[in-house]
Design a protein around this ligand. Structure first.
Ligand code: B12
Ligand SMILES: C[S@@+](CC[C@H](N)C(=O)[O-])C[C@H]1O[C@@H](n2cnc3c(N)ncnc32)[C@H](O)[C@@H]1O
Ligand code: SF4
Length: 590
């Protein structure tokens, strides 16, 4: 039987993640003779190509089983491909899995081209399933499945987690991806899994499910060998899959080895991870060792600072006094930090949102803030009717948030279901939360008022509240951009097919996030921008010397003035996309 896997993703300027989950599944299956005798791998596909392109690829290789790894960023796309495959090859079995695969009867009836949906770890389930196809045994004996057969819906028992995950071969070390480097011209980024599971229970997150609460680790030898593989394949960038990198003591040794490999061979060059919350000393040490290899900086993820919201999402954050000390230590050592927040959590209010962001700015002015729109994933409490009712959640279905992606007209749009209100936050408040986050990141983190805010002899929170009040009541470029951003967000939330983000350089452009979009506008209109700031200073800080604004102007990327349009686009990519978190605007001052 011919088998093909799909684990598709956007193309971010030629960078592609290796389809690790599908690789894991096939690496596990292909060690068994009965599987190899009965099944042949056509390919593991990872690009979002048009439906027709895939049908074309498969026409000389009729698939008997097509498997899909569903995540928020590819589910609608995968379902379109699955539907088309079923139509073109009616005997092909369609199997979906991954965090975003759903198992309800309603879902399976709606997507009737899906034969089987798998939830949870896939390796053992798939092995049993493939064997049941060979031996023609009952599907109901296989745990982890949902399907409709003869118009009857069946959901089998949840499969127990695998305790010894070391029975799973590494797709890297077993050569699953080796020929990719010959066949494709992408810059491949491996996903590196050192352990599985997460001890926390955040209600918005797939890994918050009780099922994932135990953490199981891969053996050291495999992990060191995988690092060697990354180095031998001249991998630039590794994405750590762990929910909490640094949670294990040995993660420090792994980090040392990554660094040593880089020093010895030049690869891998960068590592990105979501970091553990529970072991700040170790994380600091790991971060010190990685130094410039640390791509995204260190996560000091909070999601919210509001006690009620944190209770509602079952999350305990690090205490504020500790957060203050740690943030300071990172800043003193010139190490980047960033704080993840989620907009729209139940319990959050407009005031608590603003106050918490301002508080973070005061204690960690060098940190970066992310404010993710809350997406209600199907397998989390945010899709549970009781939870929805309890918090009176309001939703908008919009294209998925996927900034910096290029939208192709020939591939289906990915949709997401976003929470845009609750019993503590109206839709208007939600929009205002979004805009306040936009304002702080654009003005402070992208540097536009970073220097000025430090010259005004007030706390940053006071400075930004004053500036925010000012822009709301005076004509100025920041106000124009506030209005433009608001307009764009409202169009997205109206729930049609309007994408998140803005195209700044024509209709083939990527969709820049709102903060970088406004920075591009400020960049194009620097004179106007800094003249506005002078007016603000005159009105709100009459004792400050106005010349300070000219000095500040010079401190921010002054070399780009008078540059040609071509150079300007490249500059924006370097500064506002790739260089955002490391604050490239600072590095490029004259
Ligand atoms: C790597 C990663 C990324 C990479 C993307 C990688 C890529 N394009 O392939 C990056 C960093 C870009 C990323 C970004 C985001 N991510 Co992410 N990411 C991960 C991460 C850390 C690892 C995924 C992984 O490979 N895991 C290891 C594999 C082995 O596990 P698995 O994927 O669950 O697969 C197993 C089973 O699900 C099952 N299975 C999987 N596929 C199939 C298929 C079949 C047929 C079968 C039978 C079984 C099966 O078997 C597998 C082996 O047991 C996970 C967290 C995690 N630890 O899983 C989050 C995770 C997938 N991401 C998540 C989220 C929320 C995001 C963001 C939205 C975060 C944000 N707000 O910005 C963005 C979205 C980006 C975008 N729009 O594209 C959620 C997914 C939510 C969802 N329902 O889809 C996860 C689960 C994390 C979380 N804590 O909530 N992410
Ligand atoms: C891949 S998750 C890992 C989080 C990490 N384990 C932590 O708790 O710090 C990275 C970020 O994605 C965001 N995220 C996760 N689930 C989300 C959801 N349902 N909606 C919006 N953002 C989400 C959160 O801000 C989170 O910090
Ligand atoms: S958000 Fe992070 S800590 Fe919370 S359950 Fe998900 S992976 Fe675990």
């Amino acid at each position: 039987m011919n088998v093909c896997f799909f684990q598709c993703q956007e193309d971010y300027n030629g960078n592609m993640y290796l389809p690790y989950s599908s690789g894991m599944l096939w690496a596990y299956l292909k060690q068994y003779d009965d599987i190899l005798e009965n099944y042949k791998l056509i390919d593991i596909y990872f690009e979002k190509l048009s439906v027709e392109s895939y049908l074309d690829k498969l026409k000389n290789n009729t698939p008997d089983i097509a498997l899909f790894s569903n995540y928020g960023w590819n589910t609608s796309y995968h379902l379109s491909i699955a539907k088309a495959i079923k139509k073109a090859f009616p005997n092909c079995k369609i199997i979906i899995g991954g965090p975003n695969a759903q198992q309800s009867e309603k879902y399976l009836r709606k997507h009737d081209y899906v034969d089987i949906s798998v939830w949870g770890e896939g390796e053992l389930t798939l092995l049993e399933l493939f064997r049941s196809f060979i031996n023609n045994t009952e599907l109901s004996d296989v745990n982890g499945l949902a399907y409709i057969k003869d118009d009857t819906y069946t959901k089998t028992k949840v499969r127990d987690r695998l305790k010894d995950i070391n029975v799973l071969p590494s797709p890297y070390l077993t050569g699953i991806f080796d020929d990719y480097f010959k066949r494709y011209n992408y810059n491949f980024m491996p996903v590196w899994e050192t352990n599985r599971g997460c001890p926390y229970s955040c209600t918005f997150c797939d890994l918050g499910n009780e099922y994932y609460s135990k953490v199981f680790t891969f053996d050291d030898k495999r992990l060191y060998d995988e690092i060697d593989w990354f180095s031998n394949h001249q991998i630039e960038y590794v994405e750590v899959a762990d929910a909490n990198f640094g949670i294990m003591k040995r993660d420090l040794d792994l980090t040392k080895y990554l660094k040593q490999k880089f020093i010895d061979t030049g690869y891998p060059q960068k590592v990105s991870a979501t970091w553990a919350k529970s072991s700040p000393e170790r994380i600091f040490e790991m971060s010190r060792i990685l130094d410039s290899m640390n791509r995204g900086g260190i996560t000091l993820a909070l999601q919210s600072g509001n006690k009620v919201a944190l209770d509602n999402i079952k999350r305990i954050n690090i205490a504020n006094d500790k957060l203050e000390v740690i943030s300071k230590k990172y800043a003193e050592n010139n190490m980047q930090t960033y704080h993840d927040f989620i907009i729209g959590l139940p319990g959050e209010t407009l005031d608590s949102w603003k106050n918490n962001l301002l508080y973070i700015l005061d204690i960690n002015p060098e940190g970066w803030i992310f404010g993710h729109p809350l997406e209600a994933y199907e397998n989390t409490e945010f899709s549970d009717i009781n939870y929805i009712k309890r918090h009176d959640l309001k939703f908008a279905t919009t294209p998925q948030v996927s900034y910096f992606a290029r939208r192709r007209k020939d591939i289906p749009i990915e949709y997401g279901n976003y929470v845009i209100g609750s019993n503590t936050l109206s839709k208007e408040d939600y929009i205002e939360c979004f805009l306040f986050k936009w304002f702080l990141i654009t003005c402070h983190s992208f540097g536009w008022t970073y220097h000025l805010s430090q010259h005004c002899n007030t706390k940053l929170s006071e400075f930004y509240l004053k500036l925010y009040d000012y822009i709301k009541t005076n004509n100025c470029l920041i106000k124009d951009e506030y209005d433009n951003t608001k307009n764009e967000i409202c169009k997205v939330l109206d729930g049609n097919t309007y994408f998140w983000g803005r195209q700044m350089f024509g209709t083939d452009d990527i969709y820049w996030d709102y903060e970088s979009s406004s920075s591009i506008i400020f960049e194009k209109n620097r004179k106007h921008f800094f003249n506005d700031l002078k007016k603000f200073i005159t009105k709100c800080y009459p004792n400050i010397d106005l010349n300070i604004v000219d000095t500040v102007d010079k401190q921010i990327r002054s070399h780009v003035r008078d540059c040609s349009e071509m150079y300007f686009v490249d500059f924006c990519i370097e500064t506002y996309w790739y260089g955002r978190r490391k604050k490239a605007w600072k590095l490029q001052t004259n």
